[in-house]
Design a protein around this ligand. Structure first.
Ligand SMILES: Cc1ncc(COP(=O)(O)O)c(C=O)c1O
Length: 419
């Protein structure tokens, strides 16, 4: 029995899909203790947009540690926090004419979502929240309440209330979702209180790579303005350049009232989470939402370096080129294998949907075959039927193609029976 079976809780999950022990990683490659090399299309579930151990970022962090930079400081003023804030203002907010206050939350994404929920309710003095079916916002009680998956919800152990789920427009093109929401908000017989906020992911990542259209995002912004409801964009997984631009909502030309960021914001896979708040909504009292780990100083160092790296290396343009490459590969070489395959993708997040394929657990079989062939790739969505292609934004073209070819080979074996 391994130490994991002996000691680690049953709750462990990803390690079950990739049952080796990893001991090294560099950019888009991971290495297991037995010396095998893997291409990483999993990307720390979105936390490693700049790759593993990116040298530019690593150098800054090592220098900081070697100089005995302060490593824990609650929310005290520190030089690296100041530097991060100034860089975030100059490289991200100012060029986009965005006016946000930055709230440092506890270190994981769900902390930022909890803060956004609390603040929305406090600002609007209403309890309800609208969220879309298929959404995933985290595992603590508030964020779980606005996440729609039955299994994680069942783990809550008590009723999750205060949310109204709205059918996602991708799955329900026959419904005018905006009109439906407006009716719920305005009809005094709808049975639903007007919400404090609508929470969206512009692309549902855990939900199976399901993007909202630019038009829908714009129409939702208008609806929220008309009805005096806040719009919160959860950019924890698809922010930080994943869809091309730094923020995923930029493509629709809207400005949310609040934005959550985490995962890749620290640049180095270190824990960090932010809530961006329109200044007039920042009505927190000091210490009203507190936490011991609201300022991982190494993460600040990494985050500043990552924002610089992004600009210096033209990651936005590289993402556009890789988007075309992935789309062409999937369309020309993967989809023809089975007429029931479906595909969605934007920037560097793409999903091949096996939901309608006749082979049982086809996506699971393909993912397992990929792993045997040296590719780490995860699944998402209903029944885990979507193969999620999410490499680091820094991946080299030859590695990207090699990874895609492993998917092709694995799909041929599972779908077409090729050895
Ligand atoms: C969109 C989104 N929101 C929130 C979270 C929760 O983040 P964390 O796991 O860091 O709490 C995730 C995690 O996958 C996510 O994808």
């Amino acid at each position: 029995m391994s130490i994991y079976e002996e000691l680690e809780s049953n709750v462990r999950s990803y390690c079950r899909s990739f049952p080796v022990s990893f001991n090294r990683a560099k950019m888009s490659k991971m290495y297991s203790e037995d010396g095998r090399e893997y291409i990483d299309f999993f990307n720390g579930a979105g936390a490693l947009n700049y790759g593993h151990n990116n040298d530019y970022i690593k150098k800054r962090i090592i220098e900081y540690i070697e100089n005995d930079g302060i490593s824990h400081a609650l929310d005290l003023h520190t030089k690296v926090k100041e530097d991060f804030l100034a860089t975030f203002r100059d490289l991200i907010l100012k060029p986009r004419a965005l006016d946000y206050k930055v709230m440092f939350c506890g270190p994981t994404g769900t902390n930022a979502v909890e803060a956004a929920l609390k603040l929305s309710r406090k600002v609007k003095k209403r309890t309800g929240i609208f969220a879309l079916t298929g959404s995933f916002h985290g595992m603590t009680l508030g964020s779980l309440s606005i996440s729609s998956g039955k299994t994680p919800r069942a783990g809550a152990g008590l009723p999750l209330t205060g949310v109204t789920f709205i059918p996602h427009p991708y799955n329900h093109p026959e419904i005018d979702t905006i009109a439906y929401m407006e009716e719920l908000m305005t009809d005094e017989y709808s049975g639903v209180e007007k919400p404090a906020a609508v929470f969206i992911e512009t692309v549902q990542a855990e939900g199976g790579v399901i993007p909202l259209s630019d038009k829908f995002i714009r129409d939702l912004r208008e609806l929220c303005d008309r009805q005096d409801v806040l719009l919160v964009v959860d950019d924890i997984q698809v922010g930080c350049g994943r869809t091309g631009k730094f923020f995923s909502f930029e493509r629709a030309g809207i400005v949310p009232d609040m934005v959550t960021l985490s995962k890749s914001i620290s640049g180095y896979g270190l824990p960090m989470a932010l809530l961006l708040i329109r200044p007039e909504l920042d009505i927190w009292k000091p210490a009203e939402h507190n936490g011991t780990f609201r300022g991982n100083q190494l993460a600040f160092v990494g985050a500043k370096a990552a924002l610089e790296y992004r600009e210096k290396n033209g990651l936005e343009e590289k993402t556009r080129q890789n988007e075309d490459l992935i789309r062409e590969f999937v369309t020309e070489r993967l989809l023809p294998m089975d007429k029931n395959l479906r595909y969605r993708g934007i920037g560097m997040i793409h999903g091949v949907d096996f939901g309608a394929v006749e082979i049982e657990d086809a996506a699971g079989l393909v993912a397992r075959e990929c792993f045997l062939n040296g590719l780490v790739i995860e699944r998402a969505g209903r029944g885990d039927c979507v193969l999620k292609i999410m490499p680091a934004l820094t991946i080299e073209e030859d590695e990207l193609i090699k990874g895609l070819e492993i998917i092709e080979k694995s799909m041929k074996k599972v779908l077409l029976g090729n050895k």
